[in-house]
Design a binder for this molecule. Structure first.
Ligand code: SF4
Length: 97
C-alpha cells in the first residue's frame, strides 16, 4: 500500500494543494497562452473583445481562485472564456450573460 493510501486509511487528512506551500498551483502565463492556443485550434473561439469581457467578469468574481481557476467548474478561465461553446457556471446566475 502506498503512503498516501496509508495516511488516508489511518484517518489523516492530506492538506489542500491550494493551501499548502509544498505545492505550486500557479500556472505561468506562457503555459496558459499555450493551453488557450491548443484549445482554440479544435473548437470555435470568441473574438478578442468578448474574450476580454469574459475575463474581466471573472476577475471580479468570488469564484476565481489563484487568478486562473474557476471554483465552480475547475477550468482555467483563460481557456474556458476563449471558447464559443463555454458558459459561465456561476450557480443560478451565470455572469457572462
Ligand atoms: S463562475 Fe463564471 S465568472 Fe466566476 S470565475 Fe467561474 S467562469 Fe468566471
Amino acid at each position: 500500500m502506498d503512503s498516501s493510501v496509508q495516511s488516508r486509511s489511518a484517518g489523516k487528512r492530506e492538506p489542500c494543494k491550494g493551501c499548502n506551500d509544498q505545492y505550486d498551483v500557479k500556472i505561468s502565463e506562457a503555459k496558459i497562452a499555450l493551453l488557450v492556443e491548443l484549445a482554440s485550434r479544435s473548437r470555435p473561439a470568441v473574438e478578442d473583445a468578448e474574450y476580454e469581457r469574459r475575463l474581466s467578469i471573472c476577475a471580479d468574481c468570488p469564484g476565481l481562485q489563484h487568478g486562473t481557476t474557476c471554483r465552480y467548474c475547475g477550468c482555467l478561465v483563460q481557456v474556458r472564456a476563449k471558447l464559443v461553446e463555454s458558459t459561465c457556471p456561476f450557480p443560478y446566475e451565470p455572469r457572462w450573460t
